[in-house]
Design a protein around this ligand. Structure first.
Ligand code: A3P
Length: 305
Protein backbone atom coordinates (compact mmCIF):
# COMPACT_ATOMS: atom_id res chain seq x y z
CA UNK A 1 0.00 0.00 0.00
CA UNK A 2 0.98 3.64 -0.49
CA UNK A 3 -0.89 6.91 0.30
CA UNK A 4 -3.00 8.40 -2.52
CA UNK A 5 -5.32 11.04 -0.98
CA UNK A 6 -5.83 11.91 2.61
CA UNK A 7 -6.86 8.71 4.43
CA UNK A 8 -6.84 6.65 1.24
CA UNK A 9 -4.22 4.17 0.13
CA UNK A 10 -3.41 2.43 -3.12
CA UNK A 11 -3.37 -1.34 -2.86
CA UNK A 12 -1.34 -3.78 -4.94
CA UNK A 13 -0.01 -3.65 -8.46
CA UNK A 14 -3.22 -2.25 -9.90
CA UNK A 15 -3.25 0.52 -7.26
CA UNK A 16 -6.84 0.04 -6.11
CA UNK A 17 -7.92 2.99 -3.99
CA UNK A 18 -9.42 2.21 -0.60
CA UNK A 19 -9.52 3.94 2.77
CA UNK A 20 -6.93 3.15 5.38
CA UNK A 21 -9.60 1.92 7.79
CA UNK A 22 -10.61 -0.67 5.21
CA UNK A 23 -7.13 -2.09 5.02
CA UNK A 24 -7.18 -2.44 8.79
CA UNK A 25 -10.41 -4.46 8.67
CA UNK A 26 -9.81 -6.38 5.48
CA UNK A 27 -7.79 -9.31 6.81
CA UNK A 28 -10.15 -10.25 9.62
CA UNK A 29 -13.51 -9.22 8.18
CA UNK A 30 -13.19 -9.70 4.44
CA UNK A 31 -10.28 -11.98 3.65
CA UNK A 32 -11.21 -14.46 6.37
CA UNK A 33 -14.94 -14.12 5.72
CA UNK A 34 -16.63 -17.56 5.91
CA UNK A 35 -18.17 -18.07 2.48
CA UNK A 36 -20.98 -20.59 1.97
CA UNK A 37 -21.41 -22.50 -1.26
CA UNK A 38 -24.99 -21.30 -1.58
CA UNK A 39 -24.09 -17.63 -1.15
CA UNK A 40 -24.66 -15.49 -4.20
CA UNK A 41 -22.08 -12.74 -4.65
CA UNK A 42 -23.01 -9.62 -6.59
CA UNK A 43 -20.00 -7.91 -8.06
CA UNK A 44 -19.65 -4.53 -9.69
CA UNK A 45 -18.09 -1.10 -9.43
CA UNK A 46 -20.25 1.53 -7.67
CA UNK A 47 -22.94 3.08 -9.85
CA UNK A 48 -23.03 0.34 -12.45
CA UNK A 49 -26.51 -0.82 -11.39
CA UNK A 50 -25.56 -2.95 -8.39
CA UNK A 51 -28.63 -1.95 -6.33
CA UNK A 52 -30.82 -2.90 -9.28
CA UNK A 53 -29.05 -6.22 -9.70
CA UNK A 54 -29.22 -6.89 -5.96
CA UNK A 55 -32.94 -6.25 -5.85
CA UNK A 56 -33.62 -8.60 -8.77
CA UNK A 57 -31.31 -11.38 -7.63
CA UNK A 58 -32.56 -11.26 -4.06
CA UNK A 59 -36.10 -11.80 -5.27
CA UNK A 60 -35.05 -14.62 -7.61
CA UNK A 61 -33.17 -16.35 -4.80
CA UNK A 62 -35.79 -15.87 -2.09
CA UNK A 63 -38.86 -16.17 -4.27
CA UNK A 64 -41.00 -13.62 -6.04
CA UNK A 65 -43.88 -13.28 -3.59
CA UNK A 66 -45.82 -10.46 -5.11
CA UNK A 67 -47.62 -9.56 -1.89
CA UNK A 68 -44.45 -8.62 0.00
CA UNK A 69 -42.38 -7.60 -2.99
CA UNK A 70 -42.21 -3.99 -1.77
CA UNK A 71 -41.45 -4.56 1.89
CA UNK A 72 -38.38 -5.09 3.99
CA UNK A 73 -36.05 -3.56 1.44
CA UNK A 74 -33.02 -2.66 3.47
CA UNK A 75 -32.65 -6.12 4.95
CA UNK A 76 -31.89 -7.30 1.48
CA UNK A 77 -29.07 -4.93 0.75
CA UNK A 78 -26.18 -6.68 2.45
CA UNK A 79 -22.65 -5.62 1.62
CA UNK A 80 -19.33 -7.28 2.22
CA UNK A 81 -17.69 -3.86 2.24
CA UNK A 82 -19.86 -0.99 3.40
CA UNK A 83 -19.76 1.41 0.45
CA UNK A 84 -17.01 3.93 0.67
CA UNK A 85 -17.44 7.56 -0.30
CA UNK A 86 -15.26 10.37 -1.57
CA UNK A 87 -14.52 12.37 1.54
CA UNK A 88 -13.59 10.38 4.58
CA UNK A 89 -13.93 13.37 6.87
CA UNK A 90 -17.56 13.42 5.87
CA UNK A 91 -17.69 9.64 6.05
CA UNK A 92 -16.22 9.27 9.49
CA UNK A 93 -19.63 8.37 10.86
CA UNK A 94 -19.83 5.57 8.31
CA UNK A 95 -17.27 3.47 10.05
CA UNK A 96 -19.54 1.90 12.66
CA UNK A 97 -21.68 0.76 9.71
CA UNK A 98 -18.92 -1.57 8.64
CA UNK A 99 -19.35 -3.57 11.84
CA UNK A 100 -23.12 -3.40 11.69
CA UNK A 101 -23.02 -4.76 8.16
CA UNK A 102 -20.68 -7.58 9.15
CA UNK A 103 -22.98 -8.52 12.02
CA UNK A 104 -25.99 -8.52 9.69
CA UNK A 105 -24.11 -10.73 7.22
CA UNK A 106 -23.27 -13.25 9.90
CA UNK A 107 -26.86 -13.28 11.13
CA UNK A 108 -28.38 -13.61 7.66
CA UNK A 109 -29.95 -16.97 6.84
CA UNK A 110 -28.81 -18.89 3.78
CA UNK A 111 -28.92 -18.40 0.92
CA UNK A 112 -27.35 -14.98 1.33
CA UNK A 113 -27.05 -12.39 -1.44
CA UNK A 114 -23.91 -10.41 -0.75
CA UNK A 115 -22.89 -7.34 -2.69
CA UNK A 116 -19.39 -6.01 -3.05
CA UNK A 117 -17.63 -3.36 -5.11
CA UNK A 118 -14.22 -4.87 -4.44
CA UNK A 119 -11.90 -6.12 -7.17
CA UNK A 120 -11.12 -9.83 -7.35
CA UNK A 121 -7.81 -9.65 -5.47
CA UNK A 122 -9.60 -8.27 -2.39
CA UNK A 123 -12.42 -10.83 -2.24
CA UNK A 124 -12.48 -13.42 0.56
CA UNK A 125 -9.66 -15.94 0.35
CA UNK A 126 -12.08 -18.88 0.16
CA UNK A 127 -13.47 -17.54 -3.12
CA UNK A 128 -10.09 -16.73 -4.61
CA UNK A 129 -8.53 -20.08 -3.79
CA UNK A 130 -11.65 -22.04 -4.79
CA UNK A 131 -12.25 -23.64 -1.35
CA UNK A 132 -15.81 -22.35 -1.73
CA UNK A 133 -17.52 -21.86 -5.04
CA UNK A 134 -20.53 -19.57 -4.67
CA UNK A 135 -22.28 -18.31 -7.78
CA UNK A 136 -21.42 -14.75 -8.69
CA UNK A 137 -23.06 -12.20 -10.95
CA UNK A 138 -21.09 -9.20 -12.12
CA UNK A 139 -22.75 -6.14 -13.61
CA UNK A 140 -21.01 -4.07 -16.29
CA UNK A 141 -21.84 -0.49 -17.25
CA UNK A 142 -20.10 1.82 -19.69
CA UNK A 143 -17.52 4.14 -18.12
CA UNK A 144 -19.18 7.40 -19.24
CA UNK A 145 -22.54 6.72 -17.59
CA UNK A 146 -20.82 5.16 -14.58
CA UNK A 147 -18.69 8.27 -14.07
CA UNK A 148 -21.68 10.62 -14.37
CA UNK A 149 -23.67 8.52 -11.92
CA UNK A 150 -20.71 8.26 -9.54
CA UNK A 151 -20.31 12.04 -9.65
CA UNK A 152 -23.97 12.70 -8.74
CA UNK A 153 -23.82 10.11 -5.98
CA UNK A 154 -20.68 11.59 -4.44
CA UNK A 155 -22.29 15.00 -4.46
CA UNK A 156 -25.40 13.52 -2.87
CA UNK A 157 -23.62 11.85 -0.02
CA UNK A 158 -19.92 11.55 -0.70
CA UNK A 159 -18.86 15.04 0.26
CA UNK A 160 -17.47 15.81 -3.21
CA UNK A 161 -17.84 19.52 -3.88
CA UNK A 162 -15.86 19.96 -7.11
CA UNK A 163 -16.98 20.16 -10.74
CA UNK A 164 -17.84 17.27 -13.01
CA UNK A 165 -14.66 17.87 -15.01
CA UNK A 166 -12.57 17.57 -11.86
CA UNK A 167 -14.38 14.40 -10.90
CA UNK A 168 -13.87 12.92 -14.39
CA UNK A 169 -10.15 13.59 -14.23
CA UNK A 170 -9.92 11.67 -10.95
CA UNK A 171 -12.05 8.87 -12.41
CA UNK A 172 -9.87 8.48 -15.52
CA UNK A 173 -6.69 8.68 -13.46
CA UNK A 174 -7.98 5.88 -11.21
CA UNK A 175 -7.83 8.07 -8.10
CA UNK A 176 -11.36 7.45 -6.86
CA UNK A 177 -12.36 4.83 -4.31
CA UNK A 178 -12.71 1.32 -5.81
CA UNK A 179 -10.88 2.55 -8.88
CA UNK A 180 -9.25 2.32 -11.31
CA UNK A 181 -12.70 1.46 -12.70
CA UNK A 182 -11.74 -0.67 -15.71
CA UNK A 183 -8.97 -2.46 -13.84
CA UNK A 184 -11.47 -3.37 -11.12
CA UNK A 185 -13.89 -4.86 -13.66
CA UNK A 186 -11.12 -6.62 -15.55
CA UNK A 187 -10.04 -8.54 -12.43
CA UNK A 188 -13.45 -10.27 -12.46
CA UNK A 189 -13.55 -10.71 -16.22
CA UNK A 190 -10.22 -12.52 -16.14
CA UNK A 191 -11.73 -15.16 -13.83
CA UNK A 192 -14.72 -15.92 -16.05
CA UNK A 193 -13.53 -19.37 -17.12
CA UNK A 194 -12.33 -20.53 -13.71
CA UNK A 195 -15.24 -19.52 -11.51
CA UNK A 196 -19.04 -19.48 -11.67
CA UNK A 197 -19.49 -15.89 -12.79
CA UNK A 198 -22.29 -14.58 -14.97
CA UNK A 199 -21.64 -11.17 -16.55
CA UNK A 200 -24.67 -8.98 -17.00
CA UNK A 201 -24.59 -5.72 -18.92
CA UNK A 202 -26.55 -2.70 -17.72
CA UNK A 203 -27.39 -2.01 -21.37
CA UNK A 204 -28.94 -5.50 -21.70
CA UNK A 205 -30.95 -5.04 -18.51
CA UNK A 206 -32.30 -1.85 -20.08
CA UNK A 207 -33.02 -3.54 -23.42
CA UNK A 208 -34.65 -6.76 -22.25
CA UNK A 209 -35.27 -6.97 -18.52
CA UNK A 210 -37.53 -10.08 -18.62
CA UNK A 211 -34.99 -11.91 -20.82
CA UNK A 212 -32.15 -11.02 -18.45
CA UNK A 213 -34.22 -12.03 -15.39
CA UNK A 214 -34.74 -15.42 -17.03
CA UNK A 215 -31.04 -15.71 -17.81
CA UNK A 216 -30.07 -14.94 -14.19
CA UNK A 217 -32.75 -17.30 -12.82
CA UNK A 218 -31.43 -20.11 -15.02
CA UNK A 219 -27.86 -19.43 -13.93
CA UNK A 220 -28.95 -19.49 -10.28
CA UNK A 221 -30.97 -22.70 -10.87
CA UNK A 222 -34.09 -20.95 -9.62
CA UNK A 223 -36.37 -21.02 -12.65
CA UNK A 224 -39.33 -18.63 -12.60
CA UNK A 225 -42.76 -18.88 -14.19
CA UNK A 226 -43.71 -16.45 -16.93
CA UNK A 227 -45.93 -14.49 -14.52
CA UNK A 228 -43.16 -14.28 -11.90
CA UNK A 229 -40.76 -12.92 -14.51
CA UNK A 230 -43.32 -10.31 -15.53
CA UNK A 231 -44.01 -9.33 -11.88
CA UNK A 232 -40.32 -9.00 -11.16
CA UNK A 233 -39.63 -6.99 -14.32
CA UNK A 234 -42.47 -4.65 -13.39
CA UNK A 235 -41.22 -4.33 -9.82
CA UNK A 236 -37.65 -3.62 -11.01
CA UNK A 237 -38.61 -1.00 -13.61
CA UNK A 238 -36.86 2.29 -13.09
CA UNK A 239 -40.08 4.03 -12.04
CA UNK A 240 -40.91 1.41 -9.45
CA UNK A 241 -37.34 1.28 -8.20
CA UNK A 242 -37.54 5.06 -7.72
CA UNK A 243 -40.76 4.66 -5.75
CA UNK A 244 -39.66 1.93 -3.39
CA UNK A 245 -35.96 0.96 -3.21
CA UNK A 246 -34.74 4.37 -4.39
CA UNK A 247 -37.05 6.30 -2.08
CA UNK A 248 -36.14 4.24 0.96
CA UNK A 249 -32.43 4.39 0.22
CA UNK A 250 -32.55 8.14 -0.47
CA UNK A 251 -34.47 8.75 2.76
CA UNK A 252 -31.93 6.74 4.71
CA UNK A 253 -29.06 8.53 3.03
CA UNK A 254 -30.59 11.97 3.60
CA UNK A 255 -31.32 11.20 7.25
CA UNK A 256 -27.71 10.21 7.54
CA UNK A 257 -26.53 13.20 5.51
CA UNK A 258 -28.35 15.60 7.84
CA UNK A 259 -25.91 14.63 10.54
CA UNK A 260 -23.22 16.41 8.52
CA UNK A 261 -23.23 20.13 8.03
CA UNK A 262 -20.52 20.12 5.40
CA UNK A 263 -22.68 19.40 2.39
CA UNK A 264 -26.18 19.44 0.99
CA UNK A 265 -27.94 16.58 -0.74
CA UNK A 266 -28.12 17.05 -4.49
CA UNK A 267 -29.64 14.00 -6.12
CA UNK A 268 -31.91 11.02 -5.69
CA UNK A 269 -30.44 7.58 -5.27
CA UNK A 270 -32.21 5.99 -8.23
CA UNK A 271 -31.54 8.98 -10.44
CA UNK A 272 -32.00 8.86 -14.22
CA UNK A 273 -31.53 5.14 -14.81
CA UNK A 274 -30.58 5.65 -18.46
CA UNK A 275 -28.17 4.05 -20.87
CA UNK A 276 -26.24 6.78 -22.63
CA UNK A 277 -27.51 9.69 -20.53
CA UNK A 278 -23.96 10.96 -19.96
CA UNK A 279 -24.21 13.68 -22.62
CA UNK A 280 -26.46 15.75 -20.33
CA UNK A 281 -23.31 16.77 -18.48
CA UNK A 282 -20.30 15.47 -20.44
CA UNK A 283 -18.81 17.50 -23.31
CA UNK A 284 -18.14 15.80 -26.63
CA UNK A 285 -14.44 16.31 -26.15
CA UNK A 286 -14.48 14.60 -22.76
CA UNK A 287 -16.66 11.78 -24.14
CA UNK A 288 -14.02 11.14 -26.82
CA UNK A 289 -11.34 11.04 -24.17
CA UNK A 290 -13.36 8.43 -22.29
CA UNK A 291 -13.80 6.38 -25.48
CA UNK A 292 -10.09 6.40 -26.26
CA UNK A 293 -9.20 5.50 -22.70
CA UNK A 294 -11.71 2.63 -22.70
CA UNK A 295 -10.56 1.29 -26.05
CA UNK A 296 -6.96 1.26 -24.94
CA UNK A 297 -7.66 -0.32 -21.56
CA UNK A 298 -9.93 -3.04 -22.95
CA UNK A 299 -7.88 -3.93 -26.02
CA UNK A 300 -7.68 -7.69 -26.48
CA UNK A 301 -9.86 -8.50 -23.47
CA UNK A 302 -13.11 -9.20 -25.35
CA UNK A 303 -14.85 -7.11 -22.72
CA UNK A 304 -17.46 -4.58 -23.86
CA UNK A 305 -20.43 -2.78 -22.37
P1 A3P B 1 -27.91 6.87 -12.67
O1 A3P B 1 -27.26 7.67 -11.59
O2 A3P B 1 -27.22 6.99 -13.99
O3 A3P B 1 -29.37 7.10 -12.76
P2 A3P B 1 -25.53 1.44 -8.08
O4 A3P B 1 -26.75 0.84 -7.52
O5 A3P B 1 -24.51 0.43 -8.50
O6 A3P B 1 -25.01 2.49 -7.19
O7 A3P B 1 -25.95 2.12 -9.45
C1 A3P B 1 -26.82 3.22 -9.47
C2 A3P B 1 -27.29 3.48 -10.88
O8 A3P B 1 -28.22 2.44 -11.26
C3 A3P B 1 -28.05 4.80 -10.97
O9 A3P B 1 -27.74 5.32 -12.25
C4 A3P B 1 -29.48 4.34 -10.85
O10 A3P B 1 -30.43 5.25 -11.33
C5 A3P B 1 -29.43 3.07 -11.70
N1 A3P B 1 -30.61 2.24 -11.47
C6 A3P B 1 -31.12 1.80 -10.31
N2 A3P B 1 -32.26 1.13 -10.52
C7 A3P B 1 -32.48 1.14 -11.86
C8 A3P B 1 -33.50 0.61 -12.71
N3 A3P B 1 -34.52 -0.06 -12.22
N4 A3P B 1 -33.38 0.81 -14.04
C9 A3P B 1 -32.33 1.48 -14.54
N5 A3P B 1 -31.34 2.01 -13.80
C10 A3P B 1 -31.42 1.84 -12.47
Amino acid sequence: TSPVREKFVEIGEEKFVLPIYFTENWESDVNKFEVLDDDVFLLGHPKTGTTWLHEIVDLIVHGVHTKDINTDRMRRQLFLDFPIIFNLEVASQHFPFFNIMMKALHEEKSPRCIRTHLPWCLLPEQIRNGTRSPKMICVLRNPKDTCVSFYHYNRLMGGFTGTFEEFSRLFLAGRLHYGPFLKNIKTHWEKRNEHKILFVKYSDLKKDLPGMINKMATFLEKPLSESEVQALAEHASVDNMKKNVGKQTTEQVLKFAKTFDTFVAHSDFVRAGKEGGYDSIMSEELAQKFDKFTEKELEGTGLSF
